[in-house]
Write a protein that binds this ligand. Structure first.
Ligand SMILES: [Zn+2]
Ligand SMILES: [Zn+2]
Length: 260
């Protein structure tokens, strides 16, 4: 049991940082730069957590920031919790106002990501990811035994839920607090800190989406940012965007405009 638990923790950390550092802060927001080998290390962690095509993920996430909590937001809980949690991923294709060629040209240039995108067909992209995700664990099972394979697949399936959780819980004003005023519902939710490794400081992130850091106050622990910062100190990440200001747009919570 101890061996299984340790492997589970190792895989959970790799997969969750694959999502928060790889898919989110690096691919979707370009908040730092790193060598391709480092990029692929994190993106593989996210892909094996069933996050589907990186082009698809980045296109939809950039749309989430552009159209936050409006009808064009791919997953605002204002229009239903089930759809915001997971329902939205079952669409077949991009809506008319979203074109990966326009939203994610930087990722389309990468032949590896183009291959995983499966001709902009959402179903095929998700199925390819499911096939590779379970196939990889089958190989792990044959090479290293069932304990490691099971720890890996369970960690991957759990981490798949992390961005879904953030998309719903961190857009429920009653479940968190805000440091910044804005037209959207985003909030910081402290109790998700270890599950999401820092992506739970979601109101901060919506105020400064391009910033590699999401925890701004001393008590807002941001393990994903600390990971990027460590890579930076090791010379494996450069051009970190660390620009934010608490003073410029911070307002007391009671002054926050009523929600639509
Ligand atoms: Zn959001
Ligand atoms: Zn984001």
């Amino acid at each position: 049991m101890l061996e299984f638990s340790l492997w589970f923790i190792v895989f959970y950390v790799w997969h969750v940082l694959g999502v928060t550092v790889g898919y989110h802060r690096l691919l979707a927001h370009r908040s730092f730069r790193c060598p391709k080998i480092i990029e692929y290390f994190f993106v593989l962690g996210g892909y094996l957590a069933f996050e589907s095509s990186p082009i698809w993920w980045a296109t939809l996430h950039r749309a989430h920031h552009r159209y936050t909590d409006s009808e064009k937001d791919p997953h605002s809980p204002r229009f239903g919790n089930a759809r915001a949690y997971m329902g939205w991923i079952f669409g077949a294709k991009y809506p008319d106002y979203l074109d990966p060629k326009l939203q994610a040209p930087d990722l389309i240039n990468d032949p590896f990501y183009r291959l995983l995108e499966r001709n902009n067909n959402w179903h095929t992209s998700h199925l390819t990811n499911t096939f590779i995700g379970f196939g990889a664990r089958l190989i792990v099972w044959m090479l290293f035994g069932w304990k490691i394979a099971l720890a890996s697949v369970l960690a991957g399936l759990l981490v798949q839920q992390v961005p879904f959780l953030v998309n719903v819980v961190c857009h429920k004003p009653k479940l968190g607090y805000r440091n910044f005023r804005g037209g959207d519902d985003s909030v910081n939710v402290w109790w998700l800190v270890f599950i999401t490794m820092g992506d739970n400081w979601h109101n901060n992130h919506h105020a400064y989406p391009g910033c590699a850091r999401a925890g701004f106050k001393w008590y807002e622990l941001d393990i994903s940012y600390l990971t990027v910062k460590t890579l930076n100190l090791l010379g494996l990440a450069t051009h970190l965007n660390e620009r934010y200001s608490m003073e410029a747009v911070a307002v007391p919570v009671e002054e926050v405009a009523p929600l639509a």
